[in-house]
Design a protein around this ligand. Structure first.
Ligand SMILES: Nc1ncnc2c1ncn2[C@@H]1O[C@H](COP(=O)(O)OP(=O)(O)O)[C@@H](O)[C@H]1O
Ligand SMILES: [Mg+2]
Length: 326
């Protein structure tokens, strides 16, 4: 049994009479301790998928699904209060802009203490000294130099990389079994990006924590994830194990994403990228969502939406003309 089981997830905007799908029937499993990369261009519905799992989609967005389960518990059946208790505790989330997620008015120590008070162990919740010790050890764990000193720092005194480490420390304060990381390194420069990814990979190993790693950046997934789910315009286009997908993508969209990675283009004069942008939620083609941008499209692609077909948990492709025969 997977730690996370999502079946038929929809997030709709627009009116109930004319729903506009930001997420359109997504299935997603995450095994215990597994890192699943959720990739796709901006506007694909990645963040909405993560927010729906966290229970954080705000009105006017509407969430429905056949099943959203965490540790075999039906999340859709929980009250708002039970759901809120889970969020920040056994399921935690970090975002692209750590400075915006931290409160500028409070010190790092205060914000860590608050997380530990809400989501720490019983002993920590009851005891300020235990909380302080835990706060110091959390900062140490995310490689922040001189933790006792840093407890007194305000967010604006931290670099982007340090602020993201603090956010990660706050996220893991409740010893989550799942961390949803939405573009966690996108705002950071390349060197710091690599350090933060290495940190996330280490935390996963040491705490057997599963991760949904959301990114538009395929190399981030290649480096960190076990499995990848490729989203486009609200739907899953391809899913599979990382080595297999990078070796032989099954969907022309995955192929195009791979082709746009510089190191896959050595010797070429220009990057081969896909022209155009992800269609908006009120502008989705009837046939294959990618058809208008796909250089392999045939007439059937514009008239009939392909199903996600394939090899069980490990490889599935939504394409009338997949690059590999399943
Ligand atoms: N509050 C909103 N109202 C209407 N449309 C929205 C809203 N929030 C997001 N969307 C749309 O939902 C789609 C998916 O968005 P998002 O999940 O943020 O994509 P991603 O994270 O892959 O870039 C986009 O087309 C976006 O414009
Ligand atoms: Mg996003």
């Amino acid at each position: 049994m997977a730690l996370v089981e999502i079946r038929g997830l929809h997030v709709d905007f627009g009116s109930p009479a004319r729903p506009l799908p930001a997420v359109d029937g997504v299935d997603l499993d995450i095994g215990a301790g597994e890192i699943v990369g959720l990739v796709g261009e901006s506007g694909s519905g990645k963040s909405m998928t993560g927010l729906a799992l966290m229970g954080l989609v705000d009105a006017p967005g509407r969430v429905r699904a056949e099943r959203v389960a965490f540790d075999d518990q039906d999340l859709l059946a929980l009250s708002m209060r039970e759901r809120a208790k889970l969020a920040g505790g056994r399921i935690a989330m970090i975002f692209q802009d750590p400075q915006a997620s931290l409160d500028p008015c409070y010190t790092v120590g205060f914000q860590l203490d608050e997380a530990i008070r809400l989501h720490g162990s019983a002993a920590e919740r009851a005891n300020p000294t235990a909380r302080r010790e835990r706060a110091v050890s959390l900062l140490r764990e995310v490689d922040i130099p001189d933790p006792p000193q840093r407890l007194h720092a305000y967010p604006h005194q931290l670099s982007g990389g340090m602020a993201q480490r603090v956010m990660i420390a706050i996220a893991v304060a409740g010893r989550p079994r799942l961390l949803i990381a939405d573009e966690p390194t996108t705002a950071l420069d390349v060197t710091v990006q690599a350090q933060v990814l290495a940190l996330l990979a280490r935390l996963r190993r040491e705490h057997d924590m599963a991760m949904l790693l959301i990114t538009h950046d395929l190399p981030v997934v290649a480096e960190t994830a076990d499995r990848v789910v490729v989203m486009y315009a609200g739907q899953v286009m391809e899913t599979g194990d990382v080595p297999a997908i990078f070796e032989a993508p099954g969907h022309p969209y995955t192929q195009a994403l791979l082709d746009s990675i510089p190191e896959h283009n050595e010797g070429r004069a220009r990057l081969r990228t896909i022209a155009g942008v992800v269609p908006g939620i009120d502008d989705r083609p009837t046939g294959c969502l990618l058809a208008p941008r796909c250089e392999r499209a045939e007439p059937i692609c514009s008239s009939e939406r392909p199903l996600l077909r394939g090899g069980g948990a490990h490889r599935a492709v939504r394409c009338h003309f997949p690059l590999l025969k399943p």
